[in-house]
Write a protein that binds this ligand. Structure first.
Ligand SMILES: NC(=O)c1ccc[n+]([C@@H]2O[C@H](COP(=O)([O-])OP(=O)(O)OC[C@H]3O[C@@H](n4cnc5c(N)ncnc54)[C@H](OP(=O)(O)O)[C@@H]3O)[C@@H](O)[C@H]2O)c1
Length: 262
């Protein structure tokens, strides 16, 4: 299927690892140009290298901590300065800690919401100001199935994800008049360093070895997802092939979500 992404300009937050990295490299493979951001310079450099020499002019990286409002402006400014516009924003940088409700402090809630919820809100607002002049664009929020499946042990992230499902639909309503689409996706367990660290059993960097029984039990399909599967969905939703998909939150979770929504 021809996605028509050649020449498009995308920002992928958290584009140095996991789902974000797979998405950034997939955009590059489709002929798009990409700005990735994350805190750690080393993983950013590795992602740029992984895009290959031939694509060197179509990928850029900036170290930025999206907990900070100023960093949001720097990231969007860098994309416009380097590539001239922003056609696609993938909000992906975010994580929230699991834990027992009685042990989680105010600071834990505020910190994790500052990145996972307000990071997405701030990036969307900054990018929409660009896109409204262009009269086109797509904003894709990588959210998480935890928002549709409340559990006592993942309350901060689950509540932030529920809020982001709402935000995505409200943003779609607000952005339509500028010709901008907004879509959310809700991944279930996906084999990235984050999943391994949350499980705690396996050290970072050993993603390829994670085939144990616990992972098989995580979804009805009997496996966890891989980052490239999520990237494929993001690219489709970013493309003109998905031009009528707007304000939808789409699950990619191996059947984990049993509710009628998502
Ligand atoms: N993997 C799953 O099972 C799963 C399931 C549901 C939802 N999700 C969601 O999918 C998204 C990606 O998850 P992942 O598993 O791919 O995570 P990951 O492998 O841990 O990668 C996270 C990326 O975000 C960057 N990042 C973290 N904190 C940041 C900050 N303060 N400012 C800027 N960048 C930051 C990381 O780089 P630095 O650390 O260098 O900053 C990295 O590039 C997240 O929003 C997550 O909640 C994941």
């Amino acid at each position: 299927m021809e996605l028509g992404l050649q020449g498009k300009i995308a920002i992928v937050t958290g584009g140095s690892k996991g789902i974000g990295r797979a998405t950034a490299l997939a955009f590059v493979n489709e002929g798009a140009s990409v700005l990735v951001c994350a805190r750690g310079q080393q993983a950013l450099d590795e992602t740029v290298r992984a895009a290959g020499h031939a694509a060197r002019e179509r990928i850029d990286a900036i170290a930025a901590d999206l907990m900070q409002a100023t960093a949001v402006k720097q990231v969007v400014g860098r994309c416009v300065a380097r590539f001239g516009r922003v056609d696609i924003l993938v909000n992906n940088a975010g994580s929230a800690r699991p834990g027992d409700f009685l042990q989680l402090t105010d600071d834990a809630w505020v910190d994790d919401w500052t990145l996972k919820f307000f990071g997405y809100v701030r990036m969307s607002r900054e990018v929409l100001q660009q896109m409204q002049h262009q009269r086109s664009g797509v904003i894709i929020n990588v959210i998480g199935a935890g928002g549709l499946n409340p559990t006592g042990g993942y309350m901060i992230g689950g509540a932030a994800n529920a809020a982001l499902n709402h935000f995505t639909k409200a943003l779609a309503d607000a952005a339509a008049k500028y010709g901008v689409r907004a879509v959310g996706i809700n991944p279930g367990p996906v084999l990235t360093e984050r999943l391994l660290q949350m499980r705690g059993a396996i050290p970072p960097g050993s993603a390829g070895q994670a085939t144990d029984e616990a992972f098989r039990r995580m979804t009805p399909l009997g496996r966890v997802g891989i980052a490239e599967e999520v990237a494929d969905l993001v690219l489709f939703l970013a493309s003109e092939r998905a031009a009528f998909i707007h304000g939808a939150n789409i699950s990619i979770d191996g059947g984990t979500t049993k509710g009628l929504m998502g």
